[in-house]
Design a protein around this ligand. Structure first.
Ligand SMILES: Nc1ncnc2c1ncn2[C@@H]1O[C@H](COP(=O)(O)OP(=O)(O)OP(=O)(O)O)[C@@H](O)[C@H]1O
Length: 236
């Protein structure tokens, strides 16, 4: 299987006015195509920092990172944006949909940034929204649908461009158990259909459903667990 993520000895320091926080202290990891990896660990251990670096929303202080074979060191800002747009879909805890746009327009954004033709965008958006069960709400605005539905739309936006990697940061954090379970089930289904997913979660019920769990502590990988078979796993 193709290697989608390859990180070598990643360090990240945040420089404040007085103090420096060494958030990541030498992380090396690989994610292969088709994997579903959960990143876990206590608050402040560096999970979100790792995901933002993987998502090219921030860069490492030291170390190397290749996404889908592309070396990201030394990329200029616009090149990073292009790589992010072509290869990565991001799902945030707080959905991050634009309220002034319809559901359809929100999901269309990544493809419009790529400059895709209108008919191509339309077909892909409809397909993505149907995949997440939101085909019937295309003309609604985010504030007219529930939180669980907003997260489904955010997932559609992440997958519409068929990225190599979908990054998911606490996808169920703002949802009740029922909607959280449904969103998790959807992510598992998308993974079965081929999506490569890296997810940060506090919830051990959900991380236990991933192929592989990577546990962080104080900016380092302290444990890694592989689940033997993914068959028939479901949210209880
Ligand atoms: N922009 C920033 N500036 C300074 N320090 C930061 C910044 N972002 C994160 N940190 C620090 O880096 C460390 C790791 O933070 P990070 O948000 O990655 O942890 P986390 O595991 O995702 O935590 P949580 O589970 O609470 O979201 C923490 O000590 C945090 O205070």
């Amino acid at each position: 299987m193709k290697t989608i993520v390859s990180m070598r000895d990643i360090h990240k320091s945040y420089l404040g006015q007085q103090i420096e926080t060494h958030a990541l202290r030498g992380i090396s990891l690989e994610v292969k195509q088709g994997e579903f990896v959960a990143i876990t660990g206590p608050s402040g251990c560096g999970k979100s920092t790792l995901l933002t670096i993987m998502g090219l929303l921030d860069s490492a202080t030291e170390g190397s990172y290749e996404i889908a074979g592309i070396d990201t060191r030394g990329l200029k800002v616009d090149q990073r944006t292009t790589v992010r747009n072509q290869h990565i879909g991001y799902v945030f805890q707080s959905f991050n949909l634009i309220d002034s746009l319809t559901v359809f327009e929100n999901v269309a954004l990544p493809l419009e940034h790529r400059g895709e033709r209108k008919e191509v965008v339309k077909a892909a958006v409809i397909e993505a929204l149907e995949k997440v069960g939101m085909g019937h709400r295309m003309q609604y605005q985010p504030n007219q649908i529930s939180g669980g539905q907003q997260q489904r739309v955010a997932i559609a936006r992440a997958l519409v461009g068929k990225p190599d990697l979908i990054l998911v940061d606490e996808p169920t954090g703002n949802l009740d158990t029922k909607n959280g379970d449904a969103v998790m089930q959807l992510l598992l289904e998308l993974n079965k259909q081929g999506a490569t997913i890296v997810m940060v979660t506090h919830d051990s019920r959900y991380s236990g459903l991933a192929h592989r769990q990577i546990q962080l502590l104080d900016g380092k990988v302290v444990a890694e667990q592989q689940v033997k078979s993914q068959t028939d796993k479901e949210v209880a």
